[in-house]
Design a protein around this ligand. Structure first.
Ligand SMILES: C[S@@+](CC[C@H](N)C(=O)[O-])C[C@H]1O[C@@H](n2cnc3c(N)ncnc32)[C@H](O)[C@@H]1O
Length: 262
């Protein structure tokens, strides 16, 4: 059977994470799926095609713009797929339970209380159902953080350095993720990790890199109260990419099964 809604080939970030998610997800025709942090629909469209018209995919995202964008791509296709606005950390209690819960690049947004957000979400998983979430796990871009830390230390930026340390230590590891699933009663828990190299040039190519600037570099800028100083510091870092490339992200896919009833 030909695939009309494959994962986009030209997406260097969401698609490799979604591939890790699909590697763990066990799907069947007719399944109902809750896809959280669905954004523009990776992997909601692909999942909807896989479950077929006998199934259902509810794709939710907190951002109205993302939901509208996904709906316009969908048009009249795959009518058993719905995009809705919602906060995955506190979904309405009247929502039914689903056979599968998926979330690509979702788990990092479970802040501030990740176990609590996970617990709330698991209410919407049917007994015997599977949850698979992906996120960039502890270790992602460590060569960059080491470089930034070293440069901060050499310049005596101690306040910024401790803010960076706090950010780095707050990131969940694959081990944390699997433990939280286990502690919440999930069975056959797993958290696999797959490396992903991110290519970048120096200077503006680095500072404006669509993957880095959107989230990760923003987190370094946030460590500074003086925004001009942040800009100057990061511009200097961007001239010396040889000292922290190749840059590696770690794709973590965490999976668990809710015990069947009876
Ligand atoms: C990195 S994008 C991933 C989107 C999509 N799954 C993909 O792989 O391309 C993360 C998405 O999470 C959404 N998001 C962040 N916090 C959220 C929350 N509390 N509830 C629902 N969606 C959220 C953002 O709006 C964004 O679209």
């Amino acid at each position: 059977m030909s695939v009309e809604w494959p994962l986009p080939e030209n997406d260097p970030w969401s698609t490799p994470f979604a591939q890790a998610l699909l590697q763990k997800l066990e799907l069947f025709p007719g399944a109902t799926v809750l896809d959280i942090a669905a954004g523009g629909g990776i992997p909601s469209f692909h999942l909807a095609e896989k479950v077929g018209s006998g199934g259902r995919v509810l794709a939710i995202d907190a951002n109205q713009y993302q939901v509208s964008r996904a709906r316009s791509v969908q048009g009249m296709h795959l009518p058993w797929l719905e995009f809705e606005v919602g906060d995955m950390r506190r979904l309405p209690s009247e929502l039914p339970q689903f056979d599968r819960i998926t979330g690509n690049l979702a788990f990092m947004f479970f802040r501030p209380d990740r176990p609590e957000a996970l617990k709330n979400l698991l209410q919407f998983l049917k007994p015997g159902g599977q949850i698979v979430l992906t996120f960039p796990s502890l270790g992602t871009f460590d060569s960059l953080w080491t470089k930034v830390d070293l440069e901060m230390r050499q310049r005596g930026f101690e306040k910024e350095r401790s803010a960076l340390e706090e950010y780095i230590n707050e990131r969940p590891s694959a081990g944390h993720a699997e433990n939280w699933l286990r502690e919440l009663g999930m069975e056959r828990t797993e958290a696999i990790e797959l490396p992903l190299e991110i290519k970048t040039g120096a200077g503006r190519a680095f500072l404006e890199h669509p993957l880095l600037r959107g989230g990760f570099l923003e987190d370094v800028y946030e460590c500074f109260t003086d925004k001009n100083l942040a800009e100057q510091f990061m511009t200097e870092i961007s001239q010396d990419i040889e000292s922290f490339t190749p840059l590696h992200a770690i794709r973590c896919a965490m999976s668990g099964w809710k015990p069947a009833e009876g």
